[in-house]
Design a protein. Structure first.
Lengths: 280, 280
């Protein structure tokens, strides 16, 4: 019998601080403001508070795509939220996103400031606002939203499940790794079979469904997430790979990936973004 | 050293069938059709293929709410998908939802049949179609969508994380249970702090944000999920409890919970639903 096998949960769960692997110091069983903290604000209609993780990249890619498509009203200021420093628990941030996760957006383009949180909600909000990257014909539009919601419900198994247990947990555990690996491979196969028949997720048009999925499943097959390309045999998903490579070539995507990045190659980092010239 | 501590993942993951606790027999690392299987079809504009799990209940509650509000165009036929028998891998089902999860909807109300999958996508599709349970004012509408997407991204930690490791895994494992319990309690606290200030998630109006969240977080604090009420100390979340109880009183909710249910109290089960009189 191993220790794991003899474990029995208590009647009432008790928090044991610091017992959670990487990021354990910032995770708690409670929500809300931990410190008073003012957020900076720029001149543009959209104020983004984010970090270049997959969920953050969705939104910076969306803004760069909108600007590249000529929607000049989509100018934005992007400020870096240092999640290791706990910026997401500051009072101003929590007022925008009570869930304390990046990305968080303040839409100042109308008469009233509007808070937008959850990356999927932000993508849909911007797509509606600019009537862009969302098909207008009902059937294609529905298919786009199907895959947008699919990403929201599926990627937690990739990030919070597979990624955590494969890369961040204090030690490798066979059962959780097996469980989440099987699910991630199933998800990749769902995408692969769909992309075998369609250029993009919603059909023949690039849309917010692709913008949402690419930073997770595209990055995964491109070998950029969790150093897991060999483990998952990502090259088997050749239609996903074709789709991922095509999107990776887009200039707006290359720009969006750099915004709010504070790790890796320094030349690729752009911790804040306020104007197109910042990329130069 | 325990067995878990000495585990090292292989270079390339290999599937070991049957190694996954409850539901292990239906889970695989591949997607797509497993058998040719025709789905029945009724006379109504909406054909729902589902089961009364939390994700299924979202949609049957939505239909019953629409009908209770006088939207006679929302008549639906609901057929039971037996996930233990693998109905979700049948050819007709996969054609509607390539992800092989309930609920799946076929919208026959227009000129063209439209497939809708992912419970959040279905709720939004119906809310748009009937202009109901979605605020029209932009700020409230955005807040509604924020919480709809929040549910989609958060509940996998409750269902696929906490629920799996607390109730379905072949043996209790301390680390995964601790990890997902902490996150679920944090999520309950997010809701509790928000509902301390608002009657409903989007503000003062009952909306699809509530319809999406209630079958998960409402059922949890009402003690109906995973037998975990004491473990999670759900009564501490008194604003969530107030909200959950208020929604539980709604007639449409009581109806919606019964549809496509094939377990528990037989008098409460309604495995198929074709007309309001079926509830009598």
């Amino acid at each position: 019998m191993t220790q794991e096998k003899t474990y029995q949960p208590p009647k009432i769960w008790q928090w044991q601080p610091g017992n959670g692997g990487q990021f354990a110091n910032i995770n708690r069983p409670t929500a809300g403001v931990r410190q008073e903290q003012t957020l900076p604000r720029g001149e543009h209609p959209f104020q983004l508070y984010s970090l270049a993780t997959p969920n953050g990249v969705k939104v910076t890619v969306m803004f760069e795509e909108l600007l590249a498509a000529g929607h000049t009203g989509a100018e934005y200021d992007a400020y870096l939220i240092d999640i290791n420093a706990g910026d997401q628990f500051g009072s101003d941030f929590v007022a925008i996103n009570p869930n304390s996760k990046i990305p968080a957006l303040l839409d100042l383009s109308g008469e009233q400031a509007i808070r937008v949180f959850e990356s999927g909600s932000i993508l849909l909000h911007l797509a509606h606002k600019f009537n862009a990257f969302l098909p207008t014909e009902l059937s294609a539009r529905t298919e786009c939203l199907n895959w947008l919601f699919w990403q929201m419900g599926s990627a937690p198994y990739l990030g919070g499940g597979f990624g955590h247990f494969y890369s961040y947990a204090p030690e490798p555990m066979a059962y959780p790794i097996d469980r989440f690996t099987m699910e991630v491979k199933r998800q990749l196969d769902v995408l692969d079979q769909h992309l075998a028949k369609h250029d993009y997720l919603a059909g023949d048009q690039y849309s917010i469904a692709d913008i949402a999925n690419w930073p997770w499943y595209g990055a995964l097959v491109l070998g950029r997430l969790y150093d897991a390309a060999e483990f998952l045999q990502v090259n088997d998903y050749r239609h996903v790979l074709r789709w991922a490579k095509a999107i990776d070539q887009r200039e707006a995507v290359q720009r969006g990936r750099r915004v709010n990045r504070n790790w890796g190659d320094e030349a690729f980092q752009l911790s804040e973004r306020h104007a197109a010239s910042d990329f130069a």
